[in-house]
Structures are given as structure tokens and as C-alpha cells.
Design a protein around this ligand. Sequence first.
Ligand SMILES: Cc1ncc(COP(=O)(O)O)c(C=O)c1O
Length: 392
Amino acid sequence: MTDSPKTALIDAIRPEIKALPESGIVEVVNYARLKKDLVPLWVGEGDKPTPAFIADAAMAALKRGETFYTYQRGIPPLRQALADYLSRSYAAKIDPERVFVTVGGMSAIKETMQMLLNPGDEIVVPSPCWPNVAAAAEIMGGVVRPVMLTFGNRGWTLDIEKVMAACGPKTKIIFVNSPGNPTGYMMSRAEQKALLEFARKRGLWIVADEVYGRLVYDRKAAPSFLEIADPDERVVVVNTFSKNWAMTGWRMGWVVASKQLGQVYENLVQYNTSGVPTFLQHGAVAALNDGDAFLAEQVARCAKGRDMVTETFSRLPRVRYAPPDGAFYAFFSVDGEDDARALAFKLVDRANVGLAPGTAFGPGAPNFMRLCFACSLDRLGEGLARLEKALK
Ligand SMILES: Cc1ncc(COP(=O)(O)O)c(C=O)c1O
């Protein structure tokens, strides 16, 4: 036998799984995880723990014995709270029967890919994009067709015509992430309508990732497909508790889809994760019913962070940047630095700042860097001061 046992084992697994890339963000994090005094701005989360009123509700549920198997679709009070939250956030009346609770936004996306993609089916994904979307499709044998966003004076934009042109006979899904990670791109209502019309004509599914839908700076919420799609058409909207209420570690998200898919999502949840722990679901009810003020504070803090980034970058002539319309990332390039991955390592070594390289987000931004500004202004200020020194 010429191969080492390790190689032989790897070769024995499914090619789709073997081909999965290491996360380009985690690669940098692993390199620098133990570095002293590093300012971490690489991961998509803030630095505040979940607020006490949410944690307390989960702990009370845990203490009173909410520790059994439960509804795969989510406990009824949580589905009702989600419907209420969505109905007051958006110009749409959402029926709780259309809402399914998942293990994070990640499972919401993965289970939707499992539901829709046959091997060889194509999914059109505007890029750069959160990399887990492509990976979730590829695990199913789906083929990702990226469509590049472009960067200009107005920040990141997407040409909807290009999205439509990328749809061929094998296309099954158009994926839309608005506001977008890492770019902050926000799709307009008119663009959403045009895309929905196109998808209807072609019989395509739209999977809309709206996890940053409330993290916007000039309005209450980003335009949502919930507001224009009929309840029973080929539109699935995925979302998460992670970002709005500082709950990334809870692993809780949800799907809004047609009622007709209720049994399907119930089955997918059953056979993937068997659902979210019951006591956590009670915490999530508190987040939805009592968390509007916390969310408003988060948005206000992110807005200040965004201003701080804009002010610092305006002093750096090599930096190309436009403030994002939504989400909590600055996605910028530095003249003379063409390799984002190399720059990420360099900034760790020389400036002790952790950023995510654009190369981690699929094609389209090989020389861009992502900085998360959802943290405390002290931490952000320190990170920006170090960046300024390093990039001057
Ligand atoms: C665009 C986008 N979608 C979905 C998610 C999934 O969030 P989670 O699985 O933490 O709920 C993230 C997380 O960073 C994201 O950025």
C-alpha cells in the first residue's frame, strides 16, 4: 500500500465533502487565536454577551424542567412571537404556520438546500458572499454560479440583469443576501420586484437571507421579500437570532416559507438536528417580545462604529471604502495590497489586529478586507488606531 492510512481514509469519503474548503476566516483566526492583546475584528459578531432578560428566560425554563424533546417546527409561543415580530417589523402579515425554527441561520440555509438541490442543479449566488452558502449548496452536489457585485463610488452594487443572465436551464435557486455580508450591499424594492417577477416566469426559487434585515442605518428595516412575495410561492426567507440580539452562540434561526412546506421542514429538522433545545426557545421568545429596545441600542452602537470607521478611513488615502447601507462590516481595499489573505496575516503580525480577508468570501474581492464594527467603541477605536498606523 503506497498511500498513508490518512490519505486512504480521506479518499474514501464523498468527493463533495472532501472538496469543502477550510474557512478563510477561521484560517486567520487559528493563526492568531492565542496572540496577546490582539484586537479581533474578524468574526461576524459583537463583543457583548446576550442581554440578561433573554438569558434569564432561558435559565428559568431550564430550571422548571423544559428539558424534553419538543416540536420540530419550534414551540408554539416562539412561532407566534416570530410571526408577531415579523409582522411589526415589515409591511407583511406573517402567519405563524409559515415559520419554522432552526439551529441557527446556518441550518435554515442548509435544510433549504437539502430540500431543493439535486446533484448538478445550479444556484446563482451574488459574490462576495458569506462562504457557508456555497458550501451548503455544494454538500448537496449543487453547482454555484457566482455573479460579481462591483465596488464603486456608491459602494457595492449588484447588476440584477447579470443575475438574470446567469440563470440557465439547470438553475434552481437564486440566492439573495441583503443587506449583504461582507459588502453591506442592500437590494432595492424595485430590484426585488424585478427579480421575483423573473423567478416566477422561470419557475425558480428565491432563497432570501435577511439576517441583517434590521441592522440598517437609514430606515427601520431593509426591503424584504416577505413584503412582496405571496405566501405560497417559491420564496424562502432565512433569518437568525444571532445578530439582532447578540445570540451567536445559541445557534438559533428560522425560516419563513409556505405553509405547504410545514411537514417538509419538520422532517428536515427531525433528521438533521431534531430541533432546538426547548429552554433556549423560551429565551428566544423573550428576545422577540421584549428585545426591541436592545436591538435599537445595537443599531445605534453599530452606527457610531460605522462613523468611526468612515472618519478613520477618510484620513487614509490608500484605503478604498464606502460606508455600507446595512450589516455591520466595513469591506475595503488598500492600494498596493493585492492579496487580502497575505494582508490579513501581515496585519496580525505587524499591527496585532485581526481582520477577515476578502478571499474568504468566494470570488469577487481578492484584495478586500472585512472589518466587523459591531464591537465596543473602545475596542474598535484601538483597532482602527493600529490599522491607521500600519496602513499610513
Ligand atoms: C449572511 C449570513 N447568513 C447567515 C448567517 C448564519 O448565522 P447563524 O448560523 O450564526 O445564525 C450569517 C452569519 O454570519 C451570515 O453572515
